[in-house]
Design a binder for this molecule. Structure first.
Ligand code: NAD
Length: 404
């Protein structure tokens, strides 16, 4: 097997899982991380995020997995993967400052006479791969560098809490490349997964009936779009069943029966049809917002995606309304919230429905006690913000704070 030297910029949920798994498969991986606390923990062999199996797989990878904050150690690699965050800007569009920052650092460190493949793993709007390519080209030309490179899109579909399973046993691997060379590099990188030729970790056996993944080879713009379309569609399914749930309550039907009845239709499928508090997390909220912003920038409305977001927001309010009804008001009541992370199996609380729900409960006069077995550390920081918000609201209502 032809193993590669791979560098990954950003060792967060995606970068770290991907890096550790690629090293487990036999590649030599250097993860570049600029958050000092995360880096110290990684260098000490500890996984700074709650993601099952990652610490074990880091241990198994041994010397094939290195961590650094020094970009110059990354440019010895054949492939450099960018896996930094792409949060929302105020107007909903994707904030590309970390992607551009990483691309700039890579371009400034590239060595003359070498050829690189830059892999865009972060979720980025259509056209970003092309812009990153132009940016790197410009920096190399300013430096009179003879380094050569290509940019390949390789969006990620892992789901937090089962990220390693999703990496080792994916449904598909999407590669957006401008030519056959980029596709070939990615085929080499993923060969053990594509052929399922690796020895599965004992604690993560190959699922029964698992068949090899498809390699979706396409152009960069389509690859970028596939990622957003996939997330928007999954968010839509959840919002759809939540909308059905609201009507079911009013007409005396059981939404779980409805979900079972429609989910057995293979054209619909049973997954993402559990009615509940709605979706949250670090992807669906920001990616649906970015899709709408991309539509707006291109003079195209996205009413289905907009409604998906609206229904999701309404669901959070609806839950608090129901509880207020059931408790006959919140005055003097304490509400226990079990689970703060946006879903089980992770410590990620980014855009978790629980935060909005707790905020609403407090605004309406309830006391809130919350617990999460995995996310308490992250929750404390967020809830501190919540506490400050509520105190501000109270003093505002009592007239002791001036609205500005
Ligand atoms: P994250 O915030 O957990 O990790 C990003 C990391 O990059 C951070 O640790 C940050 O310190 C580091 N970083 C930023 N700039 C850097 C630089 N110049 N040099 C070195 N390190 C740098 O983000 P994430 O959840 O891993 O998401 C990364 C991307 O993957 C996003 O675009 C996201 O939309 C996408 N994605 C995420 C998931 C998920 O479930 N989390 C799934 C699929 C796709």
């Amino acid at each position: 097997m032809d193993f590669m030297r791979i560098a990954i910029i950003g060792a967060g949920y995606v970068g770290l899982t991907t890096g550790a798994a690629l090293a487990y498969l036999g590649h030599h991986v250097t993860c570049v991380e600029n958050d000092g606390r995360k880096l110290a923990s990684l260098k000490g062999g500890r996984c700074p995020i709650r993601e099952p199996g990652v610490e074990e797989i880091m241990r198994d990878a041994g010397e094939r997995l290195l961590f650094t904050s020094d970009i110059s150690e990354a440019v010895g690699a054949d492939a450099i993967m960018i896996a930094v965050g792409t949060p929302s800007r105020e107007d909903g569009s994707a904030d590309l400052r970390y992607v551009e920052g990483a691309a700039r650092e890579v371009a400034e460190a590239m060595r003359s006479g070498r050829r690189y493949t830059v892999v865009m793993k972060s979720t980025v709007p259509v056209g970003t791969n092309r812009r990153v390519r132009d940016m790197i080209r410009e920096i190399l030309s300013e430096r009179d560098s003879t380094a050569e490179f290509q940019v390949v899109s390789n969006p990620e579909f892992l789901s937090e809490g089962q990220a390693l399973r999703d990496f080792l046993y994916p449904d598909r691997i999407v590669v957006g490349a401008d030519g056959p060379e980029g596709l070939e590099v990615m085929r080499r990188m993923y060969l053990p997964v594509l052929e399922q030729s690796f020895e599965p970790p004992v604690w993560l056996p190959r699922p029964a009936n698992y068949t090899r993944p498809s390699l979706v080879a396409t152009d960069p713009a389509s690859a970028e779009m596939i990622k957003y379309a996939a997330n928007a569609f999954l968010a839509l399914k959840v919002s759809f069943i939540n909308e059905m749930a609201g009507l079911c309550e009013r007409v005396g039907a059981d939404v779980r029966e409805v979900a079972r009845g429609i989910g057995l239709d293979p054209r619909i499928g049973p997954r993402f049809l559990q009615a509940g508090a709605g979706w949250g997390g670090s992807c669906f909220p920001k990616d649906t917002a970015a899709l709408i912003a991309l539509g707006r920038d291109n003079g195209y409305e996205m009413p289905i995606v907009s409604a998906t977001r609206l229904v999701n927001q309404r669901q959070r309010v609806h839950i608090v309304d129901k509880l207020e009804d059931a408790l006959d008001g919140f005055a003097g009541k304490t509400v226990g919230v079990l689970g703060i992370a946006f879903k089980p199996g992770t410590d990620d609380i980014r855009d978790a429905p629980s935060l909005d729900i707790m905020r609403l409960l407090r605004e309406r006069g309830a006391r809130v006690r919350a617990h999460d077995p995995a996310a308490m550390m992250n929750a404390r920081a967020a809830l501190d913000g919540l506490r400050r918000f509520v105190e501000w609201m109270q003093s505002y209502n009592e007239g002791t704070t001036c609205a500005s």
